[in-house]
Design a protein around this ligand. Sequence first.
Ligand SMILES: Cc1ncc(COP(=O)(O)O)c(C=O)c1O
Length: 447
Amino acid sequence: MTSLVAEPRTGQAPSEGLLSRRTGLLGTENAFKIGPYIRRVEESGHRVIKCNLGEPDFPLPAHIRDEVKRQLDADLTHYCDPQGLLPLREAIAREMGPRRGLEISPDRVVVFPGAKTPIGFCQEAYCDPGDEVIYPSPGFPIYESFTRYVGARPVPYHLDEETGFGVSAENLARLITGRTKLIFLNSPSNPTGGVMGRELIQEIAGVILSRCPPNVRVYSDEVYENILFDGATHFSIASVPGMEERTVIVSGASKTYSWTGGRLGWAIFPTVEEAQLFKNLNINYFSCVPPFNQMGAKVAIESPLSPPGIARMVEAFQERRDVVVEALNRIDGIRCQKPRGAFYAFPNVAGACERLGALEAYEALPAELRDRTTPSTLLQLFLLFRHDVATMDRKSFGTIGCEGKHYLRLSIATGLADLEEAMRRIAAALEDRDGFAAWIRAGANLY
Ligand SMILES: Cc1ncc(COP(=O)(O)O)c(C=O)c1O
């Protein structure tokens, strides 16, 4: 049986005592790790429809591309300010501040290689071993992964389908203790597409202001702030009076400008002193973010050509969302709510698992295999290996408390024709009970 974990080059496990105990605590983002599986299916001559990765399928807009090329030609190719180039930080402050009703000075802005980097950095900077980190589940997997890595305790708040994958302020309040140091919020959400409205965020802010001392930080992950459907608007918790002083606001270029390979993210810290600490983390880890890309991001933020491009992309996502959600809901055994933002569908596949026999197949697995897989993982891998559609399983978005929850995440950042074909393949897969049984009997790639 092949594991999703990359084998060392020798094919042998690392020798005992080689790696720190901490490395064993690190989780991962399976959307990347599933890549070798997909390649294997493709190498056997099949065309896989990739609904696994969270990246817009639109090209980098020409005005941004041209600026990056121009900067390369101007030799902006050397080390630069580890906090981020001042012109970019000024652009970020000017763009992010007024939209949130805040006055942001560029001294509080730090530029990172992607919005992923500040997740782990915040956990390192704010948490000591034993401190508690509250985060959404299902949620972006790095929240849980890195919490363990820094020795903190992961405390998930569960987003339930019954409440539209919302978080209730009351449930959040119950999780706050004297050890809480960091609370992650993510709206619009990966993977549910849920969007928190102003009222809910105000309620959550009320809980935090009344229950947490001022040294508890809120990490507001707003990377999908520009990808909203049906006229929904973005509201940041930092806009609630009293919260700017407690909130790290994070956004970036990957999703808004379809520029995942640019590796550009940024955070606005409550104080200049914190920004300086994160600048020093940058110095320690990677010195600086490529300056030619930073100038590209400045143009992305400031150019009047950007908003119409974003609007066209969002319109396409909304159209695909409608097609995908409708098609999923027509499949017996699948139930899918309409996401209001980001670019994911997160259907409940409990009925599909039952139809295929995945629940029984899971129960019949040896205990050591059961620990590594789930019914939705079996469905996910059956869809990939036998029906050429790549999706993500529920446990890829938080492992604690995911037992008995059967969901898949499908990225809709794929062309409409491919998405329609993916829906046909999923519908056909759920008719293929014999194929599923045979695949389970073959016993390969079950986790
Ligand atoms: C919720 C969330 N936060 C952060 C990131 C990281 O984005 P990047 O590092 O590409 O800027 C992602 C990417 O999928 C995400 O979904």
